[in-house]
Design a protein around this ligand. Structure first.
Ligand SMILES: *Cc1c(COP(=O)(O)O)cnc(C)c1O
Length: 246
């Protein structure tokens, strides 16, 4: 790669380094308040809409986990970054017909929310001889149903988690990691995160090694740390503002 030859690369690297240092400072304060160690936390840098050159710079700054939410964008980015020591987390809603592509580069799918996806991901991982970590995405929005709009962001109902976990745990090529959630937009995230932590506690009773909790984004990661999150999915705070979601 010749990215270092780009005149703006040094400036962008300094910007990302400053953003990362600020994030780590705020994470440390939240950990102090929660009497937790920052070493328990994994930062998944969500690089959607940003170029592969940013992924490369983040890797140089010590980031090891990258999050993407669209296969069309993630697949080529992961391909040009294949030389880097990174774990790729798919965090977006995943259509079954994209599962094979995603299983070709992702190490973790954080958005598993239905049994059909479990079957398709297991088959796809098996076909590429890879193992795939899975988080069950839990919906914290009010239930959909008659008269209500469909769920905007996917996710299983809390009552579906146990059956999905059993399906993932018994799949040959999948590893059950834990739960993932996105807090409802525009509301206090704390009750939502407390609910996820409670769901996680129930899950861990049946699956002791599935204790990961992916919760918290740029706007609410401190509340997630206080609640007990293990994985923070941080985009804008690290990389800058994105154009509005498509
Ligand atoms: C975009 C995205 C994030 C990161 O959001 P920021 O607010 O930019 O930190 C986290 N999780 C998911 C599922 C996302 O799609």
């Amino acid at each position: 790669m010749t990215v270092d030859a780009h005149p703006d690369t040094g400036r962008r690297k300094a910007e990302l380094a400053a953003n990362l240092a600020a994030l780590r400072g705020r994470m440390q304060s939240a950990c102090d308040a929660a009497a937790r160690s920052i070493d328990e936390l994994v930062v998944v840098a969500v690089t959607k809409t940003f170029p592969a050159t940013d992924v490369r710079l983040l890797a140089g700054l010590g980031i090891r986990d990258i999050g993407e939410n669209r296969d069309q964008e993630a697949a080529p980015k992961a391909a040009v970054c294949a030389d880097l020591p990174l774990s790729w987390h798919f965090v977006g809603q995943l259509q079954s017909n994209k599962a094979r592509s995603v299983a070709g580069y992702a190490d973790v799918v954080q958005s598993v929310d239905r049994a059909r996806l479990v079957r398709v991901l297991d088959a796809a991982a098996g076909a590429t001889s890879r193992r795939l970590g899975c988080f069950i995405q839990v919906s914290l929005d009010p239930p959909g149903g008659a008269g209500r709009p469909p769920k905007p962001r996917g996710g299983a109902e809390p009552g579906e988690v146990s059956a999905l976990a059993a399906a993932i745990a018994s799949a040959e090529h999948l590893d059950l990691c834990g739960v993932m959630a996105v807090a409802p937009i525009g509301a206090d995230p704390r009750p939502a995160f407390e609910h996820v932590v409670e769901i996680s506690a129930n899950l861990v009773r049946e699956h002791p090694t599935a204790g990961a909790i992916s919760a918290g984004m740029s706007g609410d990661f401190e509340a997630a740390i206080l609640a007990g999150a293990t994985h923070l999915r941080v985009g804008a705070l690290l990389l800058g503002r994105r154009p509005p979601a498509r």
